[in-house]
Design a protein around this ligand. Structure first.
Ligand code: MG
Length: 262
């Protein structure tokens, strides 16, 4: 086959495969630029350092002589699961408990830039790290081993609190407080990580909540960027997570706020 014909056929095949993508594949394709930014940009790493630098400063300013707790989420707050997201995007796969558990059990998550240093800073300055994650409790051993191998301190059954029966983190946060700790800092990549009642709320409600609490960010609450997934997506419409991929694509399109072009 001559070279021109091969190129033309290749291009036609690409166009055909783009047109024939299933709604699920289209959804996953839309996520690629966010994953690329997360995995490749200096800006992302600068933001994680900015978050943890602010966290250290705020911790020193607000810690007490008593029991100090720093409560952090794990996924995309302390550790990087972007290879799982990239696998989903390349293979047109949605989230599934089966594939997620397999990824977690592989213990291949890396630490986010600055995260291990931040956690050890807290541990070396009179604080205790509490890792409150919605990884399910069957993933406890794998998660603990992964965290320990990365150098995170205080990884034990007192400090690593995974999901037993509810995604709402409030009960686990209260469990820490009930033991006499002052929660000096909380860190997360999702507004739901801060013990607030925002689970399954709309983005309008989430934005209102953020603005009502604007002074806490960088002081008591440290937020990490995550463009790959999160409450912002389910907050696009009621029952978003129950919609078909085709309907989800429509909701996403409708949520764009465009310039008129005139
Ligand atoms: Mg997270």
């Amino acid at each position: 086959m001559n070279k021109k014909l091969t190129i033309a056929l290749g291009a036609a095949l690409l166009v055909f495969s783009a047109c024939s993508a299933t709604p699920r594949e289209k959804l996953q394709n839309e996520g690629k630029l966010g994953i690329i930014w997360f995995q490749n940009s200096g800006e992302y790493q600068a933001l994680t350092h900015q978050a943890f630098n602010a966290g250290k400063k705020a911790y020193l300013e607000n810690k007490t002589n008593g029991k100090n707790a720093v409560i952090v989420d794990l996924d995309e707050t302390m550790v990087d699961n972007s290879p799982y997201a990239a696998w989903q995007a390349i293979n047109g796969q949605g989230y599934s408990k089966e594939s997620w558990d397999k990824w977690c059990e592989a213990k291949e998550a890396k630490a986010l830039p600055g995260a291990v240093d931040f956690a050890n800073f807290v541990a070396n300055n009179g604080g205790e790290m509490f890792y409150i994650s919605n990884r399910t409790s069957n993933l406890y051993e794998a998660t603990a081993e992964n965290l320990k191998a990365l150098g995170f301190p205080q990884v034990d059954s007192k400090h690593l609190l995974l999901k037993e029966n509810t995604s709402d983190k409030a009960a686990r946060v209260n469990h820490v407080k009930d033991q006499g700790y002052k929660v000096v800092i909380m860190a997360g990549d999702n507004l739901d990580d801060f013990g607030s009642d925002l689970l399954h709320k709309s983005n309008k409600e989430r934005v209102t909540y953020v603005n009502a609490n604007e002074k806490k960010y960088g002081e008591q609450w440290i937020i990490l960027p995550n463009p790959m997934y999160g409450g912002f997506e389910s907050g696009l419409s009621p029952d978003y997570m129950k919609l078909s991929p085709k309907e989800q694509l429509k909701v996403r399109e409708a949520s764009l706020n465009p310039w008129s072009g005139k």
